[in-house]
Design a protein around this ligand. Sequence first.
Ligand code: PMP
Length: 290
Amino acid sequence: MTTTLWMDGKLVSHDEARANPLANTLHYGTGVFEGIRSYATPTGPRIFRLAEHLERMRQGASFLGIELDTEWLADGCCDALAANELGDAYLRPLTYFESGGLGLDVGKLTERSLVAAIPWTSHLGAEARARGISLQTSTWRRLRATESPALKLCGNYVGAVIAKKAAVDAGYDEALYVDDHGFVCEGAAENIFLVKNQRVTAVKHRDMLPGITRKTIIELANAEERPVTRAELDTADEVFVTGTSAEVTGVNRLDHRDLGVGPVTLELSRLYDAVVRGQTEANRGWLHAA
Ligand code: PMP
């Protein structure tokens, strides 16, 4: 299927789009991206918490010396969605250094911004929400926020790819990052929650990505946020992950321990689905008309 990309304000067919093999970003990961979802709702396509996603991207870009125009990118998201006639979609804005050299001083390089709109369910697979996913505690550590900002900078994800590959090679769906002190950080591309005696707790860690789905679930479930050790997850009634793509997905196996996808997780997963699809009043102005 030929998709249409939004590139620096213009709509371009995917087949015609060209990237420079000497783009600085290709060599060093010097770019910033977002993962955003749009949903078909009774009143047309809606983009979930678009402004917050683009604000996180703007913050990431600022570390690369790029001043991102978030209004312009918001238009790009809407245009890409409309050009591909999609309702349920994943939107991928990316700003990267297309030309100007391979040096590490990126100050004089020329950046390019694009938005792709892709038909999408979940990166964990369509079945994941019903049956849950398995998590393996990774032997890899997440990049610390003191080493690179805990934002969606392209290069930050190499470690996540390596951790995920190790988990998948071992027969698990996803990697769980734990720090040197035994505290849970996050999944390779998801934040972590636990449920104990009906109380919902969001794992808090200074190195984790400030997830927008995490924030949404904290608000909807009135969850507490606090540091959690890996050992504490072993005594939890339920564990689940959140993310734009993962949405709310239960954990059915944590290393060697089998867990059922519990009732609180299923209820939150249904509530989240109703919120993003505009089927409940609880959406608090989070749906952006595309
Ligand atoms: N952590 C990481 C490392 C991620 O890449 C993601 C996906 N963006 C998340 C957590 C979840 O964040 P969000 O809910 O904003 O998608």
